[in-house]
Structures are given as structure tokens and as C-alpha cells.
Ligand binder design. Structure first.
Ligand code: AMP
Ligand code: MG
Length: 415
């Protein structure tokens, strides 16, 4: 297990006061997660978001037979010196039927897109390339042998490696697997993740919030995000700011959940019980990171269950869920702990920044293709999350951003 953080030292004096830099925090998370090993077979149709537990090989070629890429006429390409006139016979080859008919030299047959190339032919001419009414056509010299046909197995050959173990299945992968006849896949079992919010001020959506209360914004946000990543979720509700309540909720989840996400109570205040509990009852792996927003983020284990303690502030909780939780879940689920996908883009803003911490700004691409940031950096501005399409990442060493600087943009869609 990684070193235990000395909570008293961190709360107390400036001496020993330490925020873990983001790269080190990520390395700690990566090293303490043990991937879940249990596998099962699922129908490919239902495998969205699952992680492959074995390499997958094509069960059949795709396409299984040579076929036409267009609506047109199939014929055997004339050899040098042979007549280039093709007589069209009155028959149509359509997809979904085996092509039994043998087409003779000098004959052409109407063929629809996807129709199997009939024996004796090797080329298809687009129907627009010949005049409509004629019963014959001359093969134009611009048409080459084999044109407008798709070869058997041209996408994937039977037996070929299609996708690797550890790959997380997306919609397009379901199409690929199905096309090569892989109708069931071996995957790691989906994670079951518990989500709870902490705070005396929080109210559930089935009650009316008094003026001194706020609705719990974090659970709908975190639970829906986890589901969109392909995980099963268990709604553990709101837990009051009380160590005992929190402890019993976490302990009663033993054996049922693979991981628990909490929000709130991660900081150093009197009523911040999550970080306290992690230190007193569990193994605190990580606490307080040099990141903005999201500084109070903590991670540890209680009774062997990984606990991701996100800050209560919804903006910080959202950022921490993308930066720390997402790669950890992918690893735990049998995939890889990888960096978020990003691209470089020009800024339309200027900004000064403190050295030593990594900052994530709520941002979107403006109509000119530059990146703009939300008007306020206030972390209480939940509307900034809806306004933005991604995050600008400013590294630890950055201190100044000028208009036109190149920065990393991390689209939300790519997490
Ligand atoms: P905490 O991390 O518990 O100190 O909370 C930080 C801020 O986020 C406080 O203003 C909380 O009221 C707010 N907050 C905490 N949890 C939630 C939540 N689930 N939904 C909305 N706001 C929250
Ligand atoms: Mg709180």
C-alpha cells in the first residue's frame, strides 16, 4: 500500500504543509488500484461500455462474399483485344440472395449495392455511367478492372484479430464485432459503484428545499456520468455530516460495491468527516491535490473498498470526476489508466496563474475556432459547467496566458 498521509501534519502548521502535484496524485491512484478480474459472456448487442477480457478474432470475413459497392451493372472486364461491348441481360442481382446465375463473357447484369458479385464477373460500372435505355454499353476506358467492387474480407478476414483485451466497447465497436460474426463477447463484469452526497444542507429531489437548504446537485451529475461511462450505479443517498452515519453506510456496502464515490466533507473543516474517516478508519492514500478546482480531493480505502472523496462543490466534483475518477475506474474495470484526450487550441483570453498547481478552466470553442473561458472562475458557478464543452488545462509551470497562446483543450465528450 502507498504511504499513509499524516492528516494532523497537513492540517497544522505550514511546516510539512503539502499539496500533492497532479502527476504524482495520478501515479498514486494508478498504483493502488487492483483491476477487477471476474469475466462473463454477454451478447454483443448489450455490451456497450464493457471492457473486453480477451482478444477478439473475426468469426467470419467481412464482407463474407465479394459484392457491389454501387448500384450498377456487373460484367467480366474485357481482356486486351476483346470487344468492349457488353450486352445487358434481363436479371437483377440484389443483396440477400446467393448468386447462382453464371454470367457469360460479354454479358452484363444489373446489380444493387451490396449484391454479391456473380460468378464470371469482376467489375461493376455505375448505373449513371451508361445511358439508361440501351440493352448494351461500351466499357469506357476510365473504368478499371475490379472497380466498384468490395473484396471478400476486405475489411476483416476470418480469424483476424479485431479488438484487443482491455478495449472499452463503443457503439462503433458493436457494429464491427457484429459484422465479423462475433455475437457474444467475453468482458469483465461491469463495476458496481456507490454514490453518496454528504452535507447537512442538502435536500433530495423528493422534498421541498427550505431557504437555508440546497438541492443535491452532485448525485444526479455523478450517477448519470458513471452510467454514461458504462458502469452500474447504486444510489446511496444523502448522508448527514456525521462520522457514524458515514461509517455505517460505507461498511454496509462491503462485498456489494467495487468503489464508492462521495462528495462533500473532503476538506479540513470541523464538519468534513469523509477525509477524517478515511484517515482514522482506513488507508488514506491521497489527500489535498495541487489542482484548481478540486483541491480537497481525497482517496483511500475503508474495509478494502476504494473511496473517492470528491469535493462538495459541484464544479470541483465534476472536474475531479473527470481527472481522477475516470482513469481509475477504467483501470479497476480491466482497461487502462489513460490521460484524457486533448488538442491544442488558440486562446481568446489572457490570464495570470500561480505556479505549482494545475488549473482547469471551463471553456468552449468560439465560432472563430479559438477557445473562450467562462466569465467567472468562481467554483460555485454550476452554470459554467452547462455553458462549457470542455476544460482548458494549464500545467503546473504556466504563469501567464496571452491572447493567442496555445493551450490544451479537453472536450467533455472525449472523457
Ligand atoms: P463541502 O465540500 O462539503 O465543504 O462543500 C463545499 C460547497 O459545496 C458548499 O457550499 C456546499 O454547500 C456545496 N455542496 C456540497 N455538496 C453539494 C451537493 N451535493 N450539491 C450541491 N452543492 C453541494
Ligand atoms: Mg459539506
Amino acid at each position: 500500500m502507498t504511504e499513509k498521509v499524516n492528516i494532523r501534519e497537513e492540517i497544522g502548521l505550514p511546516k510539512g504543509f503539502y499539496w500533492t502535484p497532479v502527476p504524482k496524485a495520478l501515479a498514486k491512484l494508478k498504483s493502488c488500484i487492483v483491476p477487477k478480474k471476474s469475466e462473463k459472456k454477454v451478447k454483443t448487442f448489450d455490451s456497450m461500455g464493457c471492457i473486453l477480457s480477451r482478444n477478439v478474432f473475426a468469426q467470419r470475413s467481412s464482407p463474407p462474399l465479394p459484392n457491389s459497392a454501387v448500384d450498377g451493372f456487373a460484367f467480366r472486364y474485357p481482356k486486351d483485344g476483346e470487344s468492349r461491348i457488353i450486352n445487358v441481360i434481363s436479371h437483377t442481382i440484389s443483396p440477400g440472395k446467393f448468386p447462382n446465375e453464371k454470367i457469360s463473357k460479354g454479358e452484363g447484369v444489373k446489380i444493387l449495392t451490396g449484391g454479391p458479385i456473380p460468378p464470371g464477373t469482376d467489375t461493376v460500372i455505375l448505373k449513371e455511367d451508361i445511358s439508361k435505355q440501351t440493352s448494351n454499353f461500351e466499357v469506357p476506358t476510365k473504368i478499371k478492372k475490379g472497380e466498384n467492387t468490395r473484396n471478400e474480407g476486405e475489411d476483416k478476414k476470418a480469424g483476424e484479430l479485431v479488438l484487443n483485451k482491455g478495449h472499452k466497447l463503443r457503439s462503433q465497436d458493436l457494429a464491427l464485432l457484429t459484422s465479423v460474426g462475433v455475437l457474444d463477447v467475453d468482458v469483465f463484469e461491469r463495476l458496481n459503484i456507490g454514490v453518496l452526497s454528504t452535507g447537512d444542507e442538502l435536500v433530495d429531489d423528493n422534498k421541498k428545499a427550505e431557504s437555508f437548504q440546497i438541492y443535491d446537485s452532485n448525485r444526479p451529475m455523478i450517477i448519470s456520468k458513471l452510467q454514461s461511462w458504462g458502469y452500474n450505479t447504486s444510489d446511496l443517498g444523502i448522508v448527514r455530516d456525521c462520522e457514524e452515519g458515514l461509517k455505517s453506510k460505507i461498511k454496509s456496502s462491503k462485498g456489494k460495491l467495487d468503489l464508492i464515490v462521495t462528495t462533500g466533507g473532503a476538506s479540513t473543516g470541523d464538519r468534513d468527516f469523509v477525509s477524517k474517516l478515511l484517515n482514522s478508519e482506513g488507508d488514506l492514500i491521497l489527500w489535498r491535490v495541487a489542482i484548481k478546482p478540486g483541491r480537497p480531493f481525497a482517496m483511500g480505502f475503508i474495509e478494502g473498498i476504494p473511496i473517492y472523496s470528491l469535493p462538495g462543490n459541484p464544479v470541483a466534483a465534476f472536474v475531479c470526476s473527470l481527472i481522477f475518477l475516470k482513469p481509475s475506474l477504467d483501470l479497476l474495470a480491466g482497461g487502462t489508466f489513460s490521460e484524457p484526450k486533448s488538442f491544442l487550441v488558440k486562446t481568446n483570453f489572457s490570464k495570470s496563474k500561480k505556479k505549482g498547481r494545475r488549473e482547469f478552466l471551463r471553456a468552449r470553442i468560439d465560432p472563430m475556432g479559438s477557445v473562450e473561458i467562462f466569465k467567472s472562475e468562481g467554483s460555485g458557478r454550476i452554470s459554467s459547467l452547462s455553458w462549457s464543452d470542455g476544460l482548458v488545462e494549464l500545467g503546473e509551470d504556466v504563469t501567464k496566458i496571452k491572447v493567442g497562446s496555445m493551450v490544451k483543450f479537453l472536450p467533455y465528450e472525449l472523457f
